[in-house]
Design a binder for this molecule. Structure first.
Ligand code: GTP
Ligand code: SAM
Ligand code: SF4
Ligand code: SF4
Length: 335
């Protein structure tokens, strides 16, 4: 297993399969290079099926035990089932999707080897959902979540970005997952630097505080040191829950990477963009290794180099200047 000089072992890979999408979410960063969102038709800059598989076979040699497929909308790739089928069996396979294409395909994905799915669902009513996703199809997403549960995927995590447009819906979403078997909620801190709209920001600490009041148990997940709050469906809080109850409980996890050195210190994944560029950090594009026509030995070498150059983004790569603003730490410029 490879580790960087900060002692962070790399155990997972996160692969963007396309930057195309059928939605147009107002906050979207698209996980690619910049914000160029392509049309729906297949694009020739995307990795071929064989490229993805070749990379995964090399990753397996380095004991990578988990792969996350994302995008853009990864289910626009018609070869997703084949990619999953050809993913080394030692890896946990998960998918992050807007859910619209799960009806009719969820079972095939499970059969191919999909272990887990996260579905983006920012609200519980069609109007609020449309305000965020613009071209989004609310009914299809709800059907998609149901199709995932019916196909045996458990848990199905609902992803909700917490920002001005959605913050008011958090309590309703928390009740929703507490009441419904198989669902979990992932509240994602809004990343304003990716949209240029800092005015939409919501202080994620207030959400932590509110959840801590509701929760009857709080855990820390190893990945990114994320906090997980367990909340009873009956709404009982830590103070009122004097005895363990048999009520259903929902799990709410907070993903709060922004300006969070603890999150980066527990980051164990490298990334691959849809064009097949290997990189060590979501927020850095100065360490890109285009894998394009690389042979396996070349990919091995690129993998080693990217891991060796990994730097926790918040806290090391980015530092506060005298005015309290984040800027590049000169020590790391050019790594
Ligand atoms: N900055 C940063 N953001 C991340 C990282 N990993 C995930 N995120 C963000 O977290 C959000 C949720 O990611 P998902 O793809 O649903 O999955 P995940 O939470 O990473 O993984 P699981 O919980 O294991 O399914 C997305 O908005 C990602 O951009 C990371 O390493 N760094
Ligand atoms: C880019 S999408 C790709 C996968 C798929 N299309 C989906 O929406 O789930 C992955 C995740 O990034 C989140 N995301 C996009 N832009 C964001 C932003 N500005 N701040 C925080 N999270 C964001 C989305 O909500 C989604 O959960
Ligand atoms: S569905 Fe995902 S990729 Fe598409 S616009 Fe929304 S967040 Fe971005
Ligand atoms: S910002 Fe970079 S280093 Fe920090 S958690 Fe995300 S990918 Fe890892």
């Amino acid at each position: 297993m490879l580790a960087d000089e900060f002692g962070r072992e790399v155990t997972g890979v996160r692969i963007s399969l396309t930057d195309r999408c059928n939605f147009d979410c107002i906050y979207c960063h698209n996980e690619g290079l910049g914000d160029t969102r392509g049309p729906m038709d297949p694009q020739d800059d995307e990795m071929e099926t064989d490229d993805v598989v070749r990379f995964l076979e090399v990753a397996e040699e380095f004991d990578i035990n988990a792969v996350k497929f994302t995008g853009g909308e990864p289910m626009l790739r018609q070869d997703l089932e084949e990619i999953i089928e050809r993913t080394p069996g030692s890896m946990e396979v998960s998918l992050t999707t807007n859910g619209t294409f799960l009806p009719g395909r969820a079972e095939d994905l499970v059969e191919a080897g999909l272990d887990r799915v996260n579905v983006s669902q920012d609200a519980l009513d069609p109007e609020a959902f449309a305000a965020v996703t613009k071209s989004g199809a609310y009914d299809k997403v709800i059907e998609g979540v149901e199709a995932a549960l019916a196909a045996g995927l458990d848990p199905v995590k609902l992803n909700m970005v917490v920002f001005e447009h959605t913050a008011g819906y958090v309590p309703k979403m928390v009740d929703h997952v507490a009441e419904n078997e198989g669902l979990q909620l992932q509240l994602i801190e809004y990343m304003p630097e990716l949209t240029g709209k800092p005015e939409w920001n919501v202080d994620i600490e207030r959400v932590h505080d509110w959840l801590a009041e509701q929760a009857d148990e709080i855990e820390h997940r190893e990945m990114h040191d994320r906090k997980r709050y367990w909340i009873s469906a009956d709404g009982s809080s830590a103070e009122s829950a004097s005895e363990p109850s048999n009520e259903r409980r929902g799990m709410v996890e907070i993903v709060d990477p922004v300006e969070n050195p603890t999150f980066c210190a527990n980051c164990h994944r490298v990334r691959v963009t849809h064009q097949g560029y290997l990189k060590g950090c979501l927020n850095r594009n100065d360490d890109l290794r285009p894998m394009g026509e690389m042979t396996k030995p070349e990919i091995r070498e690129a993998f080693r180099e990217v891991v060796a150059n990994r730097v926790p983004y918040y806290g090391e790569y980015m530092v506060r200047n005298g005015n309290g603003e984040w800027e590049l730490n000169e020590e790391y410029i050019g790594v």
